[in-house]
Design a protein around this ligand. Sequence first.
Ligand SMILES: NC(=O)c1ccc[n+]([C@@H]2O[C@H](COP(=O)([O-])OP(=O)(O)OC[C@H]3O[C@@H](n4cnc5c(N)ncnc54)[C@H](O)[C@@H]3O)[C@@H](O)[C@H]2O)c1
Length: 248
Amino acid sequence: MSADGGPGRGVVVTGGGQGIGAATVQALVQEGYRVVSLDLAEPTAAVPGATYVVGDVTSTDDLRGAVQAATEDGARLAAMVANAGMNRPGPLADLSRQDWDAVMAVDLTAVMESARVAHAHRDGPLSIVAVSSYSGSMALANRTAYGAAKGAVNSLVRHLAVEWASDGVRVNAVAPGFIDTELSRRARALGLQSEQVVRARVPLDRYGTPAEIADAICFLVGDRSTYVTGAVLAVDGGASILGLPLER
Ligand SMILES: NC(=O)c1ccc[n+]([C@@H]2O[C@H](COP(=O)([O-])OP(=O)(O)OC[C@H]3O[C@@H](n4cnc5c(N)ncnc54)[C@H](O)[C@@H]3O)[C@@H](O)[C@H]2O)c1
């Protein structure tokens, strides 16, 4: 039940244990949603009021369980945020087939399955938000599997937006640029993205914060975006519209 006594609005956020997902859980709880995170790991800092389910987005049963938890007590499924993601960076020539498959399973197939499970449980207007990436449309060396999966996510949301429009389901993506999380810290530690090179590519001259991505996700989840579907919203400080790198 929600604060106003009506049936609550449930949202599942995959990968809500840390980074962008954790900031999204926090923002959605503040907006009054009943929020369930599905993550491989326990949260680094649990948000009071949120529910944390430990599980794997590559398991359809785990996705169904998270949706069930979000709709307990008669709450309506308002949104699915398919945020969980991972990367196995390195030259494609050296990438094992197993690593390629692992990236596709989490970064593409699980996004499709999250959307499909939510669509099957819809009981009114539903918003599906996938977390894509700058590298879904821009090319970076040593991220071929990740970039191919994210590019496919951009196409997936457009196709599903058309296929499910008549079902009352909106499907959009947020495409973050360079955001200060564990994922980008690992890339920096591997020498794949120095802060200096990143800043030369970002007109706003800094990394983004997880909360800034969460704000865009909240917009796409909620009632302020009821005429938006099939969009891939870049939230990247201008990185994807820059011509030449900036010399500062
Ligand atoms: N950080 C960036 O710069 C950046 C840029 C573009 C896109 N993204 C995307 O944003 C999303 C979130 O990334 P982040 O930076 O917060 O990463 P992160 O590594 O900090 O957090 C990812 C979370 O997803 C969870 N997760 C991974 N595999 C999972 C699985 N199989 N099942 C359930 N949970 C799983 C992890 O446990 C972790 O809590 C990802 O889709 C990522 O590709 C991030």
